[in-house]
Structure formats: structure tokens, C-alpha cells
Design a protein around this ligand. Structure first.
Ligand code: DAH
Length: 341
């Protein structure tokens, strides 16, 4: 019997397996009810007392070794399966560690939606500059030096050249476009803007805007309203209402601010709309004839409208995000939530 046990110990020690089935086969061979080790334990009862001690220890050693070996092999095979090393290996997969595929930032998602909506009614996309001269950011837009409207936006000036600023608004792109393109002009300009603001849940020193500009013969305020109504319904749903309130911007006359019916409470009143049922989303108006003139366009022949909106604001309303800072912190737990959008 001792010989048999020693032979089995050797077999157990040298045993290796490359499939789960082989491991199971051996478990049955050794440890099942009729397995060799179990049978040996049955035979053990017949062993004379003086041999029991030595044989018993050996038998226990065998059983433990067999059990340990089976467990260890199972574990190895299981972990190989998890890391893709089982029989069906895909050699085209990237090597470990694999990079998780990313997703678009919520601001990019919303920006692309805005571009899509305006593209459907014939608006192209134009680019401007983030470091801008005083003329494009202010003066050409009817905001000369010492004009009180300059105080509406706290400006970052470039220290080595105070004529240059980090643009405070994408309205500056209007001036570029009108400088190189003759009407009809129908374009939107998304981009980053900067203001010297204290960072909080509602304000940041950098954010994103989309500027819209439409210049042609006989463009009217009714065209502006219709365009913005179309945009609002496409962006926030067909039931969305808009209202325009008189306002002031130096580069439009008349000027207005536009509200949409609150997307959260549908106009009934809630914390987001401060119980008013309306939330402001953009500024707009008819391009001031002086601005057309500054940009070399004949104000007697052409009229136009313009509008500007904050992308963060639209995204916050669309996704019910309460803190502006989340857009800039790049916390993966926040960004992950937009993977399917
Ligand atoms: N530039 C303005 C701002 O940043 C927004 C704006 C208002 C843009 C009226 C326009 C406009 O084109 O017509 O507050």
C-alpha cells in the first residue's frame, strides 16, 4: 500500500493540465467517490494498527497534495481565460495593458449638435482666433475705447502687447468673416472665450460660445426669430417655446435676449428657472449698420442678424448639470456618463 501511495504522490506532483476538462478528469480519477485516493482510504481501515500511523500520514499527504494541485490548476486556467489567453486567442487585440477607448466631451457633443442643427438650414462653420486684437474684439463691434459697454466683460489683456486680448466673445469672428466674404453670409462660429471672472459653479475664466451671423438683402427680425425658434425646438424638443426680451449689445440694434421655456419643469416653475418658467440662453439682434460699415459692407443694401450663446449653458440645461466647473476638471466619473451620447 505504501508503494501505491508513493507512486500516486509522484503522479500528482508531475501532473499538469491545459484544459479544465483534464483537471476534472483527474479530480474524478483521484478524489471522486470511486477515485483511487478514496478507495485507498477505504482499504486503510483494514490496515494493521502498527502500520496505521505511517500510512495514515502518507495518505493524508497524498490527499492534500491532490486537492491543492487541482485547485491550483483550476485557478491558473481561470486567470488565463480572463486575460484572453484561452484557446481562442485573438492575436489582433492590443497587448496588455489595454487602453480604454475614450468618448467625446459633453461640450463637444453639444457643439456638434448645434453645428448639425444650423447646417440643416444652410449655415457654414467659421473659425476665428483666441488671441485677438482690440479692433476685432471691441472697436469694430461698435465698442471703442472708453465705451461703457467694455465693462460688460472683464478682459484679459496680453501683457507684452496691451492692444491684444484673449477674446471675450466669439462676436469677434463676425468682423473677420465680413472682412473677407461678401454677402450673402450665413455662418456660425463655435469657439473658446476668456473673461477675468472668479471661478464658481456659475462662472469660469474660460468657456465656449457659438456666434451666428446672417447677412443678406432684406434680412429681417422675423428671420431671426424664426431661425432661433427652429434651433430651440431642434435642440430642446418640439414643445419648446421662446420669448425675446429687449436688451442692449453695442453691435446690434435692436438687441434682445432670448429665453426658452424651462426644459425641466416645462414652464410650471422650478429652481432652475427660478420659478419663472423661462431660462435665458442667448443674446441676439439686428447687426448695427455701423458694424456693417466698419467691416466694409454697405448698410444701405444689406441687413443682417447675429446671435451668441454659451455652449456650457446649453449643455447644463440639456443634461441638468449644476456646476460649470465639472466641464473643465476632466473627472473620468463625470465624463464617463456621456459615453453613449
Ligand atoms: N457677444 C455677446 C456676449 O458674449 C453675445 C451676443 C449678443 C452675440 C448679441 C451676438 C449678439 O452676436 O447679436 O455676451
Amino acid at each position: 500500500m505504501l508503494e501505491k501511495i508513493n507512486k500516486l504522490i509522484e503522479e500528482v506532483e508531475s501532473f499538469g493540465a491545459s484544459t479544465k476538462e483534464q483537471v476534472e478528469e483527474y479530480r474524478i480519477k483521484w478524489l471522486s467517490k470511486k477515485g483511487e485516493i478514496t478507495v485507498l482510504f477505504d482499504d486503510f481501515r483494514e490496515v494493521p494498527n502498527e502500520l496505521k500511523k505511517e500510512l495514515g500520514q502518507k495518505l493524508n499527504e497524498l490527499r492534500t497534495k491532490a486537492q491543492d494541485k487541482i485547485n491550483a490548476l483550476k485557478e491558473v486556467l481561470e486567470s488565463q481565460k480572463d486575460s484572453g489567453q484561452s484557446k481562442n486567442i485573438d492575436l489582433t487585440l492590443p497587448a496588455f495593458p489595454t487602453l480604454q477607448s475614450g468618448s467625446r466631451h459633453p461640450l463637444s457633443i453639444v457643439k456638434n449638435q448645434i453645428i448639425d442643427i444650423f447646417a440643416r438650414i444652410g449655415f457654414t462653420v467659421s473659425d476665428g482666433r483666441e488671441i485677438e486684437d482690440d479692433w476685432h474684439n471691441f472697436t469694430a463691434l461698435n465698442t471703442p475705447e472708453n465705451h461703457p459697454a467694455r465693462d460688460m466683460q472683464d478682459t484679459f489683456y496680453v501683457s507684452i502687447n496691451p492692444e491684444m486680448v484673449l477674446r471675450t466673445q466669439t462676436s469677434s469672428v463676425q468682423v473677420h468673416i465680413m472682412g473677407y466674404q461678401k454677402p450673402p453670409i450665413r455662418t456660425i462660429s463655435p469657439g473658446r472665450v476668456y473673461r477675468n471672472e472668479a471661478i464658481s459653479a456659475r462662472a469660469h475664466c474660460q468657456f465656449h460660445q457659438v456666434e451666428g451671423l446672417y447677412i443678406d438683402e432684406k434680412v429681417s427680425f422675423a428671420d431671426l426669430k424664426q431661425t432661433l425658434l427652429y434651433f430651440s425646438k431642434e435642440m430642446f424638443g418640439a414643445e419648446t417655446k421662446i420669448r425675446l426680451r429687449p436688451s442692449y449689445f453695442p453691435f446690434t440694434e435692436p438687441s434682445a435676449e432670448m429665453d426658452i421655456s424651462c426644459t425641466i419643469c416645462k414652464g410650471k416653475g422650478c429652481a432652475v428657472c427660478k420659478q419663472s418658467g423661462w431660462v435665458e440662453i442667448l443674446g441676439c439682434g439686428m447687426v448695427d449698420p455701423k458694424v456693417l460699415e466698419n467691416c466694409g459692407i454697405d448698410p444701405n443694401k444689406y441687413t443682417g442678424f447675429a446671435f451668441g450663446m454659451g455652449i456650457e449653458r446649453i449643455a447644463m440645461l440639456k443634461y441638468q448639470i449644476k456646476d460649470l466647473r465639472l466641464f473643465f476638471e476632466n473627472d473620468v466619473r463625470f465624463l464617463k456618463q456621456f459615453t453613449s451620447a
